[in-house]
Design a protein around this ligand. Structure first.
Ligand SMILES: C[S@@+](CC[C@H](N)C(=O)[O-])C[C@H]1O[C@@H](n2cnc3c(N)ncnc32)[C@H](O)[C@@H]1O
Length: 196
């Protein structure tokens, strides 16, 4: 049996993120999560939102860890994870919600561009998109800790780094999405929410 991976940040940020999801996903039927990571968010949100089918996805090497969390929770609304690298092929199914946390600063910018270009192919006409993470605004860091985080990311991988919320919103606009909310979250994070 595979040991479940643990990301301690999930326990810290899941409650504030859930508050956003309760607002924007209350009437949704199925969500595609991109970059599910450990799978911890998925089991927490799926348990709290039992009317929503929570479809996890990530790069294939992450799937065993996600499966371990899903199997342990044994929820009725979490189908097995699907392999999704945003640079590769995408699911053919459509979802009325898409969620992603802490992924845009990990993906390279071309991968972020590809993610938004592919979103219309998996979203229903009335779909909502919620993206959680640290962002810059107006080309500036929101805090010293975000600046330090960006420098740390770039030391590890120069293609990573915090994204400008405005640049991401421009990609969303090209995908036919309108920004509904830019909610301030604990520890200098944001939840960006788009709809059609
Ligand atoms: C910092 S982790 C965040 C995981 C989880 N969402 C969370 O908040 O704990 C970034 C995630 O993005 C995924 N990721 C990175 N590049 C990706 C790509 N090109 N396509 C899909 N997922 C990717 C990684 O595999 C990883 O699970």
């Amino acid at each position: 049996m595979i040991e479940r991976p643990d990301a301690p940040s999930c326990a810290r940020n899941r409650e504030p993120i859930l508050a956003v999801l309760r607002t924007h996903f209350a009437d949704r039927a199925s969500v595609l999560e991109i970059g599910s990571g450990t799978g911890q968010h998925a089991v927490y949100f799926a348990a709290a939102l039992p009317g929503l089918i929570w479809q996890t996805s990530d790069q294939s090497e992450r799937l065993p860890g996600i499966r371990a969390w899903l199997d342990d929770a044994a929820l009725p609304n979490t189908p097995p994870p699907v392999a999704l690298n945003v640079s590769g092929s995408w699911p053919t199914q459509r979802y009325d919600a898409v969620f992603s946390a802490n992924t845009l600063h990990i993906m390279s910018w071309p991968e972020v561009v590809r993610l938004f270009a592919c979103l219309p192919g998996v979203m229903t006409g009335d779909a909502r998109l919620v993206i959680y993470g640290a962002f810059n605004h107006g080309g500036r860091f929101d805090s010293e800790s975000n600046a330090a985080f960006d420098a740390w990311l770039k030391r590890n991988n120069p293609r990573q780094g915090l994204r400008d919320a405005e640049a991401v919103d421009a990609l969303a606009a090209q995908a036919g999405l309108t920004l509904i909310e830019d909610r301030s979250m604990p520890s200098n994070n944001r939840c960006l929410v788009w709809g059609r």
